[in-house]
Design a protein around this ligand. Structure first.
Ligand SMILES: [Zn+2]
Length: 351
Protein backbone atom coordinates (compact mmCIF):
# COMPACT_ATOMS: atom_id res chain seq x y z
CA UNK A 1 0.00 0.00 0.00
CA UNK A 2 1.23 3.44 -0.89
CA UNK A 3 0.23 6.62 0.88
CA UNK A 4 0.46 9.98 -0.81
CA UNK A 5 -0.66 13.45 0.20
CA UNK A 6 -2.86 15.61 -2.01
CA UNK A 7 -2.54 19.37 -1.70
CA UNK A 8 -5.28 21.82 -2.64
CA UNK A 9 -4.36 25.50 -2.83
CA UNK A 10 -6.55 27.71 -0.63
CA UNK A 11 -8.17 30.96 -1.61
CA UNK A 12 -5.45 33.17 -0.16
CA UNK A 13 -1.70 33.13 0.20
CA UNK A 14 -0.43 30.89 2.97
CA UNK A 15 -3.50 28.65 3.02
CA UNK A 16 -3.64 25.16 1.59
CA UNK A 17 -5.43 21.92 2.37
CA UNK A 18 -4.14 18.36 2.50
CA UNK A 19 -5.66 14.92 2.45
CA UNK A 20 -4.15 11.45 2.23
CA UNK A 21 -4.72 8.94 -0.58
CA UNK A 22 -4.01 5.23 -0.12
CA UNK A 23 -3.38 3.03 -3.14
CA UNK A 24 -3.21 -0.75 -3.40
CA UNK A 25 -1.80 -1.99 -6.72
CA UNK A 26 -3.72 -4.80 -8.33
CA UNK A 27 -1.91 -7.81 -9.78
CA UNK A 28 -4.26 -8.22 -12.75
CA UNK A 29 -4.60 -5.31 -15.18
CA UNK A 30 -7.86 -6.75 -16.51
CA UNK A 31 -9.48 -6.89 -13.04
CA UNK A 32 -11.99 -4.21 -11.99
CA UNK A 33 -10.60 -1.28 -10.01
CA UNK A 34 -12.23 0.47 -7.06
CA UNK A 35 -12.27 3.98 -5.59
CA UNK A 36 -13.67 4.66 -2.11
CA UNK A 37 -14.05 8.05 -0.50
CA UNK A 38 -15.67 9.20 2.73
CA UNK A 39 -16.66 12.44 4.46
CA UNK A 40 -17.25 14.59 1.37
CA UNK A 41 -19.81 16.13 3.71
CA UNK A 42 -17.04 16.54 6.18
CA UNK A 43 -18.96 15.79 9.37
CA UNK A 44 -20.41 12.49 8.11
CA UNK A 45 -18.11 9.98 9.74
CA UNK A 46 -19.66 6.47 9.58
CA UNK A 47 -17.84 5.92 6.26
CA UNK A 48 -14.55 7.18 7.70
CA UNK A 49 -14.61 4.64 10.52
CA UNK A 50 -15.78 1.92 8.10
CA UNK A 51 -12.74 2.57 5.91
CA UNK A 52 -10.51 2.43 8.98
CA UNK A 53 -12.06 -0.95 9.84
CA UNK A 54 -11.59 -2.14 6.24
CA UNK A 55 -7.88 -1.33 5.99
CA UNK A 56 -6.59 -4.38 7.94
CA UNK A 57 -8.50 -6.68 5.56
CA UNK A 58 -6.98 -4.88 2.57
CA UNK A 59 -3.49 -5.06 4.07
CA UNK A 60 -3.97 -8.78 4.69
CA UNK A 61 -5.20 -9.33 1.13
CA UNK A 62 -2.19 -7.44 -0.16
CA UNK A 63 0.22 -9.48 1.96
CA UNK A 64 -1.36 -12.66 0.61
CA UNK A 65 -1.24 -11.47 -3.01
CA UNK A 66 -5.04 -11.43 -3.37
CA UNK A 67 -5.52 -7.86 -4.59
CA UNK A 68 -6.41 -8.21 -8.28
CA UNK A 69 -7.59 -4.72 -9.23
CA UNK A 70 -6.24 -1.32 -8.25
CA UNK A 71 -7.84 0.19 -5.14
CA UNK A 72 -7.73 3.90 -4.31
CA UNK A 73 -8.94 5.09 -0.92
CA UNK A 74 -9.63 8.65 0.26
CA UNK A 75 -10.86 8.44 3.86
CA UNK A 76 -11.09 12.22 4.37
CA UNK A 77 -12.30 13.60 1.06
CA UNK A 78 -12.96 17.14 2.23
CA UNK A 79 -10.22 18.91 4.20
CA UNK A 80 -11.88 22.27 3.51
CA UNK A 81 -15.15 21.28 5.18
CA UNK A 82 -13.29 19.46 7.90
CA UNK A 83 -11.72 22.73 9.04
CA UNK A 84 -14.94 24.79 9.00
CA UNK A 85 -16.19 25.71 12.46
CA UNK A 86 -18.72 28.47 12.94
CA UNK A 87 -19.39 29.64 16.49
CA UNK A 88 -18.11 26.34 17.80
CA UNK A 89 -20.29 24.19 15.54
CA UNK A 90 -18.80 22.11 12.78
CA UNK A 91 -20.12 23.02 9.30
CA UNK A 92 -19.18 20.29 6.86
CA UNK A 93 -22.06 20.32 4.40
CA UNK A 94 -21.74 23.69 2.68
CA UNK A 95 -18.62 25.61 1.77
CA UNK A 96 -18.79 28.74 3.90
CA UNK A 97 -17.07 30.81 1.23
CA UNK A 98 -19.56 30.09 -1.55
CA UNK A 99 -22.58 28.60 0.30
CA UNK A 100 -22.34 25.69 -2.13
CA UNK A 101 -23.12 22.19 -0.96
CA UNK A 102 -19.89 20.18 -1.05
CA UNK A 103 -21.79 17.46 -2.91
CA UNK A 104 -23.02 19.78 -5.66
CA UNK A 105 -21.21 21.62 -8.41
CA UNK A 106 -19.04 18.70 -9.53
CA UNK A 107 -18.21 18.85 -13.24
CA UNK A 108 -20.51 16.50 -15.21
CA UNK A 109 -18.16 15.58 -18.05
CA UNK A 110 -19.55 14.52 -21.45
CA UNK A 111 -17.05 11.61 -21.49
CA UNK A 112 -14.84 9.90 -18.88
CA UNK A 113 -11.75 11.88 -19.77
CA UNK A 114 -9.87 13.96 -17.17
CA UNK A 115 -8.60 16.20 -19.98
CA UNK A 116 -12.16 17.57 -20.18
CA UNK A 117 -12.07 18.86 -16.60
CA UNK A 118 -12.38 22.65 -16.34
CA UNK A 119 -9.34 24.71 -15.42
CA UNK A 120 -9.82 25.56 -11.74
CA UNK A 121 -6.65 27.60 -11.27
CA UNK A 122 -8.74 30.76 -10.98
CA UNK A 123 -11.71 29.03 -9.32
CA UNK A 124 -12.23 28.62 -5.61
CA UNK A 125 -10.58 26.03 -3.38
CA UNK A 126 -13.81 24.00 -3.26
CA UNK A 127 -13.83 23.80 -7.07
CA UNK A 128 -10.21 22.69 -7.07
CA UNK A 129 -11.04 20.00 -4.52
CA UNK A 130 -14.03 18.76 -6.55
CA UNK A 131 -12.02 18.67 -9.75
CA UNK A 132 -9.25 16.72 -8.03
CA UNK A 133 -11.67 14.19 -6.51
CA UNK A 134 -13.18 13.55 -9.96
CA UNK A 135 -9.68 13.17 -11.40
CA UNK A 136 -8.70 10.69 -8.67
CA UNK A 137 -11.85 8.59 -9.14
CA UNK A 138 -12.23 8.70 -12.92
CA UNK A 139 -11.36 5.47 -14.68
CA UNK A 140 -12.18 3.23 -11.72
CA UNK A 141 -14.88 0.65 -12.44
CA UNK A 142 -16.25 0.91 -8.91
CA UNK A 143 -16.78 4.29 -7.23
CA UNK A 144 -18.22 4.43 -3.71
CA UNK A 145 -18.98 7.77 -2.03
CA UNK A 146 -19.63 7.13 1.65
CA UNK A 147 -22.07 9.51 3.35
CA UNK A 148 -24.71 9.31 6.05
CA UNK A 149 -28.11 10.81 6.62
CA UNK A 150 -29.46 12.54 9.70
CA UNK A 151 -31.08 9.47 11.31
CA UNK A 152 -31.72 6.67 8.88
CA UNK A 153 -31.50 3.19 7.50
CA UNK A 154 -28.43 2.14 5.52
CA UNK A 155 -29.28 2.83 1.88
CA UNK A 156 -27.79 3.47 -1.54
CA UNK A 157 -28.52 5.95 -4.30
CA UNK A 158 -28.06 4.22 -7.66
CA UNK A 159 -28.52 5.52 -11.20
CA UNK A 160 -31.19 3.62 -13.14
CA UNK A 161 -28.61 2.58 -15.76
CA UNK A 162 -26.87 0.44 -13.08
CA UNK A 163 -29.98 -1.26 -11.74
CA UNK A 164 -30.64 -4.15 -11.30
CA UNK A 165 -27.01 -4.90 -12.28
CA UNK A 166 -25.87 -3.56 -8.88
CA UNK A 167 -28.30 -5.67 -6.83
CA UNK A 168 -25.38 -7.94 -5.87
CA UNK A 169 -23.57 -4.90 -4.43
CA UNK A 170 -26.58 -3.89 -2.34
CA UNK A 171 -26.82 -7.48 -1.07
CA UNK A 172 -23.07 -7.67 -0.37
CA UNK A 173 -23.13 -4.43 1.60
CA UNK A 174 -26.17 -5.50 3.58
CA UNK A 175 -28.01 -2.19 3.15
CA UNK A 176 -31.72 -1.86 3.87
CA UNK A 177 -32.85 0.11 0.83
CA UNK A 178 -31.96 1.38 -2.64
CA UNK A 179 -33.21 4.66 -4.10
CA UNK A 180 -33.03 4.87 -7.89
CA UNK A 181 -32.46 8.19 -9.66
CA UNK A 182 -32.15 9.16 -13.29
CA UNK A 183 -31.38 12.86 -13.56
CA UNK A 184 -28.61 14.99 -12.07
CA UNK A 185 -28.87 18.68 -12.80
CA UNK A 186 -26.76 19.83 -9.85
CA UNK A 187 -23.52 17.89 -10.20
CA UNK A 188 -23.31 15.44 -7.32
CA UNK A 189 -20.14 13.39 -7.00
CA UNK A 190 -22.14 10.30 -7.89
CA UNK A 191 -23.48 12.09 -10.97
CA UNK A 192 -19.92 13.00 -11.93
CA UNK A 193 -19.03 9.30 -11.53
CA UNK A 194 -21.76 7.87 -13.77
CA UNK A 195 -23.04 10.52 -16.21
CA UNK A 196 -19.79 10.63 -18.28
CA UNK A 197 -20.33 6.95 -19.15
CA UNK A 198 -23.91 7.30 -20.39
CA UNK A 199 -22.90 7.99 -23.99
CA UNK A 200 -19.54 6.23 -23.95
CA UNK A 201 -18.84 3.25 -26.25
CA UNK A 202 -19.64 -0.11 -24.66
CA UNK A 203 -15.97 -1.06 -24.18
CA UNK A 204 -15.43 2.15 -22.17
CA UNK A 205 -18.77 2.27 -20.34
CA UNK A 206 -18.53 -1.40 -19.26
CA UNK A 207 -21.94 -1.25 -17.61
CA UNK A 208 -21.74 -4.96 -16.79
CA UNK A 209 -19.13 -4.20 -14.14
CA UNK A 210 -19.56 -0.50 -13.41
CA UNK A 211 -20.54 0.53 -9.89
CA UNK A 212 -21.28 4.08 -8.76
CA UNK A 213 -23.23 4.87 -5.65
CA UNK A 214 -23.74 7.29 -2.82
CA UNK A 215 -23.75 5.14 0.28
CA UNK A 216 -25.83 6.46 3.18
CA UNK A 217 -24.52 4.70 6.27
CA UNK A 218 -27.50 5.43 8.51
CA UNK A 219 -27.38 8.53 10.72
CA UNK A 220 -24.85 11.16 11.69
CA UNK A 221 -24.58 9.70 15.21
CA UNK A 222 -24.04 6.12 13.99
CA UNK A 223 -20.28 6.34 14.40
CA UNK A 224 -19.73 3.11 16.23
CA UNK A 225 -17.16 0.35 16.32
CA UNK A 226 -19.55 -2.55 15.73
CA UNK A 227 -21.34 -0.79 12.85
CA UNK A 228 -18.00 0.19 11.32
CA UNK A 229 -16.85 -3.45 11.46
CA UNK A 230 -20.09 -4.64 9.83
CA UNK A 231 -19.90 -1.95 7.14
CA UNK A 232 -16.25 -2.82 6.47
CA UNK A 233 -17.26 -6.46 5.99
CA UNK A 234 -19.93 -5.30 3.55
CA UNK A 235 -17.43 -3.24 1.57
CA UNK A 236 -15.03 -6.19 1.53
CA UNK A 237 -17.78 -8.54 0.30
CA UNK A 238 -18.54 -6.09 -2.52
CA UNK A 239 -14.87 -5.91 -3.54
CA UNK A 240 -14.66 -9.72 -3.56
CA UNK A 241 -18.00 -10.16 -5.36
CA UNK A 242 -16.87 -7.77 -8.11
CA UNK A 243 -13.42 -9.38 -8.51
CA UNK A 244 -11.26 -6.59 -7.09
CA UNK A 245 -10.03 -8.91 -4.32
CA UNK A 246 -9.74 -12.70 -4.52
CA UNK A 247 -11.16 -14.58 -1.53
CA UNK A 248 -12.41 -18.08 -2.30
CA UNK A 249 -13.58 -18.55 1.30
CA UNK A 250 -16.29 -15.91 0.90
CA UNK A 251 -19.68 -17.02 -0.45
CA UNK A 252 -21.27 -15.01 -3.27
CA UNK A 253 -23.83 -12.44 -2.09
CA UNK A 254 -27.43 -13.66 -2.19
CA UNK A 255 -30.27 -11.73 -3.75
CA UNK A 256 -31.12 -8.26 -2.46
CA UNK A 257 -34.19 -8.32 -0.22
CA UNK A 258 -34.41 -4.68 0.83
CA UNK A 259 -36.67 -1.87 -0.33
CA UNK A 260 -36.11 -0.59 -3.89
CA UNK A 261 -37.88 2.61 -4.91
CA UNK A 262 -37.44 5.36 -7.49
CA UNK A 263 -36.57 8.81 -6.13
CA UNK A 264 -40.00 10.13 -7.14
CA UNK A 265 -41.64 7.77 -4.62
CA UNK A 266 -40.03 9.61 -1.71
CA UNK A 267 -42.22 11.94 0.31
CA UNK A 268 -40.08 14.47 2.19
CA UNK A 269 -42.89 15.74 4.44
CA UNK A 270 -42.21 19.46 4.99
CA UNK A 271 -43.16 20.68 8.46
CA UNK A 272 -46.34 22.83 8.42
CA UNK A 273 -45.23 24.84 11.45
CA UNK A 274 -42.06 25.66 13.35
CA UNK A 275 -41.56 24.12 16.75
CA UNK A 276 -40.58 20.96 18.58
CA UNK A 277 -40.95 17.66 16.71
CA UNK A 278 -42.55 14.69 18.48
CA UNK A 279 -42.05 11.70 16.19
CA UNK A 280 -44.42 8.74 16.08
CA UNK A 281 -42.18 6.82 13.68
CA UNK A 282 -38.53 5.92 13.30
CA UNK A 283 -36.43 4.71 10.35
CA UNK A 284 -37.47 1.22 9.27
CA UNK A 285 -41.09 1.55 10.38
CA UNK A 286 -43.72 0.50 7.85
CA UNK A 287 -46.64 2.94 7.79
CA UNK A 288 -50.04 3.05 6.12
CA UNK A 289 -51.67 6.07 4.53
CA UNK A 290 -53.20 8.27 7.22
CA UNK A 291 -50.92 7.09 10.03
CA UNK A 292 -49.63 9.93 12.21
CA UNK A 293 -45.92 10.51 11.51
CA UNK A 294 -45.21 13.38 13.88
CA UNK A 295 -46.70 16.18 15.91
CA UNK A 296 -45.24 19.68 15.74
CA UNK A 297 -45.61 21.46 19.05
CA UNK A 298 -45.61 25.12 18.00
CA UNK A 299 -47.48 26.83 20.89
CA UNK A 300 -46.73 24.96 24.13
CA UNK A 301 -49.54 24.98 26.68
CA UNK A 302 -52.17 26.31 24.29
CA UNK A 303 -55.24 24.36 23.24
CA UNK A 304 -54.45 24.50 19.53
CA UNK A 305 -50.71 24.47 19.97
CA UNK A 306 -50.10 21.19 18.16
CA UNK A 307 -50.17 20.32 14.47
CA UNK A 308 -50.16 16.69 13.39
CA UNK A 309 -48.60 15.32 10.20
CA UNK A 310 -49.98 12.18 8.54
CA UNK A 311 -48.60 9.71 6.00
CA UNK A 312 -49.78 10.61 2.49
CA UNK A 313 -49.34 7.01 1.33
CA UNK A 314 -48.21 3.55 2.44
CA UNK A 315 -44.45 3.08 2.71
CA UNK A 316 -41.33 2.69 4.82
CA UNK A 317 -39.69 5.43 6.90
CA UNK A 318 -36.21 5.84 5.43
CA UNK A 319 -34.88 8.73 7.52
CA UNK A 320 -35.84 11.40 10.03
CA UNK A 321 -34.16 14.41 11.61
CA UNK A 322 -31.62 13.99 14.37
CA UNK A 323 -32.57 17.33 15.94
CA UNK A 324 -36.05 18.05 17.19
CA UNK A 325 -36.23 21.77 16.44
CA UNK A 326 -37.75 22.57 13.05
CA UNK A 327 -38.75 25.54 10.93
CA UNK A 328 -41.86 25.63 8.76
CA UNK A 329 -41.05 24.06 5.39
CA UNK A 330 -38.10 22.01 6.56
CA UNK A 331 -38.32 18.29 5.84
CA UNK A 332 -39.48 16.11 8.71
CA UNK A 333 -38.48 12.75 7.25
CA UNK A 334 -38.17 10.67 4.11
CA UNK A 335 -41.02 8.26 3.52
CA UNK A 336 -40.23 5.74 0.79
CA UNK A 337 -43.70 5.34 -0.63
CA UNK A 338 -45.09 2.41 -2.53
CA UNK A 339 -46.22 4.87 -5.21
CA UNK A 340 -45.09 8.12 -6.75
CA UNK A 341 -45.12 11.00 -4.28
CA UNK A 342 -47.72 13.71 -4.87
CA UNK A 343 -45.02 16.36 -4.47
CA UNK A 344 -42.30 14.30 -6.13
CA UNK A 345 -39.09 16.26 -6.37
CA UNK A 346 -37.36 15.05 -9.45
CA UNK A 347 -33.70 15.51 -10.08
CA UNK A 348 -31.01 15.52 -7.53
CA UNK A 349 -30.82 13.12 -4.67
CA UNK A 350 -31.07 14.52 -1.16
CA UNK A 351 -28.05 13.22 0.62
ZN1 LIG B 1 -23.68 13.53 2.75
Amino acid sequence: MQKSIERIAGDSEGVSYEFPVFRFAGADKAAPSAYLQAALHAGELPGVVAIDALMPALNKAEAEGRIRGNITIVPWANPIGRAQYHFGEHQGRFHLGTRTNFNRGFPLLPAPDAALLPNTTLGGADQRLKSRLVQLSLGHDIVLDLHCDDEGLAYLYIHTSLWPAMADCAAAMGVDAVVLWSEDTDGTFEGASIMPYQNAPADVAKFDRRVATTVEYRGILDVDGALAAADAEGLYRLLVARGVIADSALPAPGSFKGVVAPLENIDMMPAPRAGAVLYDVKPGDRVVRGARLATILHAPGEADGRTEVFAPQDGVILTRRSRRIIRAGEDLLKLTGDRKSADARSGTLED
